[in-house]
Design a protein around this ligand. Structure first.
Ligand SMILES: [Zn+2]
Length: 458
């Protein structure tokens, strides 16, 4: 049956307007001021509500086995339920090849694993930690499978790090195959050195986490990558930029005409390293770390002026017990949950506080990620012919964020006790209501793999 969304304010990349939306067989078929459908139809009354495109979180780690063999708490099902509760209708997760496995094999295996549980739509990035001439044909095979991004490629982390020569070849061949490389930028040598100094001084408690991975490591890595991208004439996308200086390096590169893009996360916008000296510090450990508060403002400015194009969460949910298994900054599992609070936080702290405009919010959370990762206009916009992925968002609903009402298996949130004004009432995936006022009403395994085409450079 058709679905009519009536009376809402529809928000696009450029502007917002009052309009009705008609949905048929999972697609948007009409948008106009007043729609009176001829036949039978269900109605969603969106009077007083914002109608936003479904949020696309392009950086999640569901059921990921971390470096020490510890698996993240949210599997594809639970993670996607939590995401849907926050208005997220598509995620891009990671396929990480095992030794001896080709990139397309790893991607297919991960796709099948996801399809068993995931309740929202998804795409995949493929992790590359080794790359030689013999691997070049695998890139074309990936693109044929509908996978057009790689990452996150590490410049830190001894076991995941790619050799510089491998990386240079990879960047060129990926570009030629229409595939975007996404990079985790932290300089390995600087992190090793900071760690050595701390260990020598016996300073290995969680309060030293920030110092163990200094801003300098991020900035050095970003600058090195930019230099490489410039020399090779390749585009690059930097994941989770955590510092104002890191963002500035990207801004300078873009001004010089280089094809560098980047994302940040709510925790880098809203929290600071003071958390590492408070109780519960282990819960706040992620890589790169939280920074001094001045970086928050610099990153908001980078979102507003176009230096950074996307906000993601790096949702990597370990439980409190998993996080607190050690008190040493070098041993605590890095990663935090976040998809469920992404939209309410960005709306409250961004739009509500005048840091960004409403259409910019839609760009950062929906249309830009869809464009960059090659799933636009099927995803990321409210337009005739697009998938009917939408959030009916109540701009005046006040909620105090608490882990008790979150749906992640992590069992905690970095934003416990935060008050937000503006919250999703209803999440629609291809015309189906999958979340309504705190209740999940979607289906395990109903999420689909969305084949990506070559993305845009923004
Ligand atoms: Zn990540």
């Amino acid at each position: 049956m058709d679905l009519l969304i009536r009376g809402g304010t529809v928000v696009g990349e450029e502007k917002q307007r009052r309009a009705d939306i008609l949905v048929r067989e999972g697609k948007i078929v009409e948008i106009s001021e007043t729609i009176v459908p001829p036949g039978g139809h269900d109605v969603v009354d969106a009077t007083g509500m914002l109608v936003l495109p479904g949020v696309i979180d392009v950086h999640t780690h569901y059921g990921m086995v971390g470096a020490r063999g510890v698996r993240t708490a949210d599997d594809f099902y639970q993670g996607s339920v939590s995401a849907a509760a926050g208005g997220v209708t598509t995620v891009i997760d990671y396929a990480d090849p095992m030794t001896g496995e080709s990139l397309p094999e790893a991607a297919l295996k991960r796709r099948l694993e996801a399809e068993e549980g995931i309740a929202i739509d998804f795409s995949l990035h493929v992790v590359v930690s080794k790359f030689g001439q013999q691997d070049v044909p695998e890139l074309a095979a990936l693109a044929e499978q509908g996978i057009t991004s790689l990452g996150e490629i590490f410049t830190s982390h001894p076991s995941l790090k790619i050799d510089t020569e491998d990386l240079r070849l990879l960047l060129v061949k990926a570009r030629d195959a229409g595939i975007l490389a996404t990079m985790h930028a932290e300089d390995d040598l600087l992190i090793q050195e900071a760690g050595r100094v701390l260990r020598q001084a016996g300073q290995d408690d969680k309060q030293y986490h920030g110092i163990s991975r200094p801003i300098e490591a991020e900035v050095t890595a970003i600058k090195g990558l930019i230099e490489m991208a410039a020399e090779l004439e390749c585009p690059l996308y930097i994941v989770h930029v955590s510092s104002g200086e890191g963002a500035k390096a990207i801004a300078d590169a873009r001004r010089a005409g280089l094809l560098i893009m980047g994302e940040t996360c709510p925790h880098y916008l809203l929290l600071n390293e003071g958390r590492y000296r408070e109780t519960g510090a282990a819960l706040y450990i992620m890589n790169p770390p939280l920074r001094e508060a001045a970086n928050n403002d610099a990153l908001w400015a980078a979102l507003a002026d176009g230096t950074l194009q996307v906000v993601t969460t790096d949702h990597c949910s370990y439980t409190r017990q998993q996080k607190e298994a050690s008190s040493l900054c070098f041993e605590i599992m890095p990663g935090v949950p976040g998809s469920e609070t992404l939209l309410p936080l960005l709306y409250t702290e961004g739009v509500g506080k005048g840091r960004i405009e409403l259409p910019r919010l839609v760009q950062l959370l929906s249309s830009n990620p869809a464009r960059i990762f090659g799933i636009y206009p099927q995803k990321g916009t409210i337009a005739v012919g697009s998938d009917a992925d939408m959030v009916i968002f109540d701009p005046v609903k006040e909620v105090t964020i608490t882990a008790l009402e979150q749906h992640s298996a992590a069992g905690y949130t970095l934003f416990e006790g935060w008050k937000v004004k503006g919250y999703p009432r209803l999440t629609l995936l291809r015309g189906q209501v999958i979340f309504r006022d705190g209740q999940f009403c979607g289906e395990r395994g109903a999420g689909r793999f969305i084949p990506a085409h070559k993305g845009q450079i923004l």
